[in-house]
Design a protein around this ligand. Structure first.
Ligand code: FES
Length: 577
């Protein structure tokens, strides 16, 4: 090891018994109980985060990945030490996985810090796990490399290719509109998730995988191999080898996650038509290193970054197709003039050097050229206006062009329960040109900012053939969803943001071209409503919920806990160029 031996390997972070020699003696005695030799214990230690769980099928290949990473660590002369942390799956987390992301980040940070390791391999995949791990690793400051579990395979339903979860929503929409029956919805339920692994479209998991590769925190090419492939296992082995090198070189996360690297990650988010959640998560990761994401600058980047990747929900294909088309390196080749090539990666080489060494291009139909994009601008547009003084976002690449410039009458739901109770009521006063508004699903409102921003089309309109409407909330939506949906309205209703004061019948104007979201009610009337209905921040009597409600920040701060952000202010990113 190149660093001070007293601060590496098993000697690192000794338990405090008041006698360092005894602490090391005791530590070794215990680990030898598991059959280790002094030779093994003298090597660089690589922790491997095990997020395998019966509750997390997206991580169902964790045992195989740990075996492959461990092989790589041993090949490079290190000692692999798998250890568990919390695992969070989208469908098995109540009230919502986002409520637990920060808890997982704390677990990850503190276990990396508490246990002796010279580098750590972060094995994650399902939506919140990769952000949580990057947040924790950024704060812990130990050399870290991300490995994702990889996407699931696609299935086949009556000859039609299907995958989670854009097709889950599409088929459920057909079922709600009575276009398919009970037998068919039960049939397709067996086919949507064809193997272990993460969602097969450009949802949040795939988005975070691609962004993390562009961020430099993952091996080049490692974002796209599906979970059950030999390629995925080879990347796992190579990740183990790389972790040992990172340990020896003390290649810490702050050297990789620089402003240039975050800019590359955001560029990729825009070019893949990625999940809106990518903005919130990358904001939280950046906050751990003292950076704020400048939404205005992100929007400027969006205007010059076309969507090139033809994956659902913005396009047609699935993650396994992106992998066969060359994966993220092939995309980065197209984006090269827009990238910060000087950014360092986990390999110890810059992004530019990695692109120079990447395999040559070949004909394929999944990653378009800049001259022939899927969508002429980036997937995400940032909106401002009196309804969202702190900003809101829309996934413009997955919205209906006819609704992007729209003014309509507000149909308001006070919270998720109110919406569930009334949305399908045949007597609901709603028309196709109305704007559906859902309040109180923000960071503190639900709490945990659930993915409930994808409001269903009211059943009576769905049955009449209405496929999309303008929908607005302070919540998030799944990266696998599509529609003209305004999200992350900041500040949220539950802390007294203007959204709290929208009433049935108010006029709302959306102009994506002008990046505007406006409530067409005059300020005197809004002041009257604020005075009549003062809002107090939600609270809880005890436990994690109390901590969450006291500490969670708004979407523009990444929905992180305020006390977990860096105590330094290193400025705004991306910077203007
Ligand atoms: Fe785990 Fe979609 S549910 S990635």
């Amino acid at each position: 090891m190149s660093q001070d031996d007293s601060k590496s390997g098993l000697r690192k972070g000794l338990t405090n018994y008041g006698d360092a020699g005894f602490s090391l003696f005791l530590r070794k005695a215990f680990i030898k109980g598991a059959g280790y030799t002094d030779d093994a214990l003298d090597r660089p230690v690589v922790g491997i985060v095990n997020t395998g769980s019966a509750y997390n099928p997206c991580h169902g290949n964790a045992p195989q990945l740990i075996e492959a990473v461990s092989r790589g660590v041993l090949m490079a002369g290190g000692l692999p030490m798998p250890f568990p942390t919390i695992s969070v799956h989208e469908s098995f987390s109540h009230p919502t996985s986002m409520y637990l992301r920060n808890l997982m980040s704390m677990d990850t940070e503190e276990m990396i810090r508490a246990q002796p390791m010279d580098a750590v391999v972060l094995i994650g995949g399902c939506d919140k796990t990769v952000p949580a791990q990057l947040m924790g690793a950024a704060s812990a400051g130990v050399p870290a490399i991300q490995l994702v579990t990889g996407s699931m395979l696609t299935g086949s339903h009556r000859s039609e290719r299907v995958g989670a979860c854009t097709d889950c929503r599409r088929f459920w929409g057909k079922y709600r509109a009575d276009e398919i029956d009970d037998a068919e919805i039960a049939d397709v339920n067996n086919q949507l998730v064809a193997s272990v692994g993460t969602c097969s479209v450009m949802g949040t998991a795939s988005t975070m995988a691609c962004m993390t590769e562009a961020l430099g925190m993952m091996l080049p090419g490692a974002a796209s191999p599906p979970a059950v492939t030999a390629d995925r296992m080879r990347y796992a082995e190579q990740t183990g080898v790389t972790a040992v090198r990172m340990a020896k070189d003390r290649l810490t996360p702050d050297r990789i996650m620089t402003p240039a690297a975050f800019e590359n990650a955001l560029r990729v988010l825009l070019a893949i038509g990625g999940s809106t959640n990518g903005v919130v998560h990358m904001t939280a990761v950046a906050g751990r290193l003292g950076f704020d994401i400048d939404l205005a600058q992100l929007d400027r980047m969006s205007r010059e970054t076309p969507v090139l990747v033809d994956l659902k929900p913005s396009g047609q294909h699935y993650m396994e197709d992106l992998h066969k088309a060359g994966g993220v390196p092939a995309l980065l080749r197209e984006l090269r003039p827009l990238l910060r090539l000087d950014a360092l990666t986990v390999t110890g080489r810059t992004l530019g050097q990695e692109l120079d060494a990447a395999a040559p291009a070949f004909p394929q139909t999944v990653i378009r050229s800049v001259a022939d994009p899927i969508y002429p601008q980036g997937g995400i547009a940032v909106l401002h206006g009196n309804l969202a003084p702190g900003g809101a976002i829309i996934k413009q690449s997955a919205a209906a062009p006819a609704l992007m410039e729209h003014e309509g009458r507000a149909v308001v739901f006070e919270n998720a329960e109110d919406m569930a109770r009334r949305i399908d009521d045949p007597d609901l006063d709603v028309r196709p040109e109305d704007v559906l508004v859902l309040k109180n699903i923000g960071p503190t409102g639900a709490p945990g900012m659930p993915e409930a921003g994808y409001l269903p089309i009211p059943r009576k309109l769905a049955r009449a053939g209405v496929k999309d409407m303008v929908r607005i909330s302070d919540g998030r939506m799944s990266g696998t969803a599509a529609g003209t949906i305004v999200l992350h309205v900041t500040p949220e209703a539950a802390v007294g943001g203007p959204l709290a004061y929208v009433q049935n019948g108010d006029r709302i104007r959306l102009s994506v071209a002008r990046r505007e979201i406006s409530l067409l009610v005059d300020e005197a009337e809004l002041a009257r409503r604020r005075a009549a209905q003062p809002v107090s921040r939600p609270s809880a009597p005890r436990g994690y919920r109390k901590l969450f409600l006291q500490s969670v920040t708004q979407a523009d701060q990444g929905v992180d806990f305020d006390f977990l952000r860096s105590d330094k202010n290193n400025g705004k990113i991306p910077g203007s160029r």
